[in-house]
Write a protein that binds this ligand. Structure first.
Ligand code: ADP
Ligand code: GLC
Length: 497
């Protein structure tokens, strides 16, 4: 009888994951998606996955990546005469990044979605159709045979079309996860442009991409991804309702338990008051004096009265209807009269920009509006303010309240989406329910009174927020579990039409 030999335990091969998205910090950023795309792939790598990114070849991407070389020549596609797939290295993280280089579609001045005048690029269908098409081909092993992902993770409508191409052409390719960072932006295009996509005709139907006579990229992800996630558990529940579903709640309910919410984390190498190079002084839970120095620096820079006792409230936000800033505008007279100082930094909707500029003229020394985008100042404001307001009408996750928590800046938020999941009323911040100026005002005044009348309790609230676990590790583990489900589901029941 032979004795059994011990079996050598080789480490399990790392799960290969490809993330496809339109933006990534610090190369291209219009909002929180970019922050997530920088931090989540890193966290997954640290958790043992083999992660790569896929991005469109926007000028800032091509200028910033390192060691770019061509993987394949893809010829003409989506109106671009010459498309190439490059591979390069991300600055900072060192992760491999594929880049779709299509000069005619991507190499231009302006934002990733909009021209410098704020209008959507007229060829967004081709620009993001191509991104999805290349993502699908990579997932199917059609372009780079040296590395084929087991999971394709697509983010927002920008990359969602990949799920439809996979369903149409390669139904047994990689498992797919579609993350909805914001259901309100859906990638809707005229029905007549349908033929440009090169999908089989049956996909232009209500059971697939058609949405009230239009063509919806968002629906490609919602209908054909193996698993759908959103960026907080509350938002995952909300988007299945008529109130928050943006017309897609029926489709979302139809996916049942395939839809889940995984809360975003924050990158605390970038957002850490003890090491943040943008700040006038550093601080941490046991050395809070630096926070007062940051506060005075803001007051000086913003031309606000040097007043250590007021409540200094900041807002760092895209200026859009989503963010509920009309509630702030309507509350200003009473807040300012009560001694609250306000600093706003934002850009977007021109009416909101004008309204905040006008408020600055009405409340000199009390309100400062920085119209524009400035990453370093965002850190300074969030570090130096006493409180940060996020009064959103809806908020899939929200990152600025998390940055506030980390910097001892007490969040004042509406009980909605990720705000409800991350801020606890009276414990780490102030939470209000109704989307009214009165409710917002009430929450800010509660914060003001706590700071003024009970400084020890205020400090305790700050410290509880600063020690709240906000790292990406937990989310990374949850995504890895979701990836395994997606692969299993793809193998047992591939999604086709
Ligand atoms: P959203 O993605 O809906 O805009 P998030 O709270 O998830 O909301 O993320 C917003 C991100 O954009 C944060 O990193 C925030 O600091 C940043 N941000 C928003 N507006 C500005 C601005 N005007 N200047 C600098 N950073 C900004
Ligand atoms: C979206 C959402 C925001 C979320 C971000 C990152 O832009 O509006 O709530 O934090 O994506 O997931």
């Amino acid at each position: 009888m032979t004795t059994a030999q011990p079996v050598a335990h080789l480490p399990a091969p790392a799960l290969r994951v490809l993330h496809a998205a339109a933006e990534v910090y610090p190369l291209v950023k219009t909002g929180g998606l970019a922050d997530v795309m920088a931090a989540l792939p890193m966290a997954l790598t640290e958790a043992g996955a083999d992660v790569r990114l896929l991005l469109p070849g926007l000028p800032a991407v091509l200028e910033s990546v390192l060691h770019a070389r061509t993987v394949a020549d893809l010829g003409a596609a989506f109106g671009a005469l010459h498309v190439r797939l490059l591979i390069a290295t991300m600055p900072g993280s060192g992760l491999p990044v594929y880049i779709v280089d299509a000069p005619r579609l991507y190499r231009r001045e302006g934002g990733p979605y909009q021209a410098p005048d704020g209008a959507e690029w007229p060829d967004n269908l081709q620009r993001f159709g191509l991104l999805g098409w290349v993502a699908a081909q990579l997932a199917a092993g059609e372009i780079d045979t040296t590395w084929t992902p087991q999971v394709l993770h697509v983010h927002d409508w920008h990359a969602a079309l990949a799920c439809a191409y996979i369903a149409d052409h390669w139904p047994t390719a990689a498992g797919t996860v579609f993350t909805v960072h914001n259901l309100a932006y859906q990638g809707l295009f005229p029905h007549d442009d349908w033929a440009l996509l090169g999908l089989s005709a049956r996909f232009m139907a209500p059971a697939a991409l058609e949405f009230h006579g239009q063509l919806s990229f968002m629906k490609a992800g919602l209908k054909f991804a193996d698993r759908i996630s959103t960026v907080s558990p509350s938002y995952a529940r909300e988007i299945a309702t008529h109130e928050f579903g943006c017309g897609l709640d029926g489709v979302i309910r139809g996916r049942g338990s395939d839809v889940s919410g995984i809360l975003n984390g924050i990158d605390d190498t970038l957002w850490n008051p003890a090491t943040d190079p943008a700040l006038a002084a550093s601080f941490d839970p046991v050395h809070m004096a630096g926070k007062l120095a940051c506060r005075r620096a803001i007051q000086a820079d913003a031309g606000l009265r040097a007043d250590d006792n007021s409540l200094l409230l900041c807002i760092v936000s895209r200026l859009t209807a989503q963010k509920g800033l009309d509630l702030v505008l309507a509350s200003l007279p009473r807040l300012v009269e009560s001694g609250v100082q306000v600093v706003v930094q934002g850009e977007g909707d021109s009416l909101l920009q004008e309204a905040f500029s006008a408020a600055q003229r009405s409340f000199p020394g009390r309100l400062r509006a920085y119209i524009g985008y400035d990453e370093a100042r965002a850190h300074q404001l969030i570090a130096g303010a006493d409180a940060i307001a996020v009064p959103s009408r809806f908020e899939p996750c929200g990152l600025t309240q998390l940055y506030g928590l980390r910097y001892g800046t007490v969040p004042v938020v509406r009980r909605v989406g990720g705000l409800a999941d991350t801020v606890s009323d009276g414990v780490t911040g102030f939470v209000f329910d109704a989307a009214t100026a009165l409710a917002f005002e009430g929450a800010v005044l509660r914060a003001m009174r706590l700071k003024r009348d009970a400084p020890q309790q205020w400090l305790e609230m700050q410290l509880r927020g600063m020690s709240q676990p906000l790292s990406w590790q937990h989310a990374a583990r949850a995504y890895l579990a979701l990836y395994r489900q997606a692969i299993q589901s793809r193998q047992s029941r591939p999604r086709r039409l």
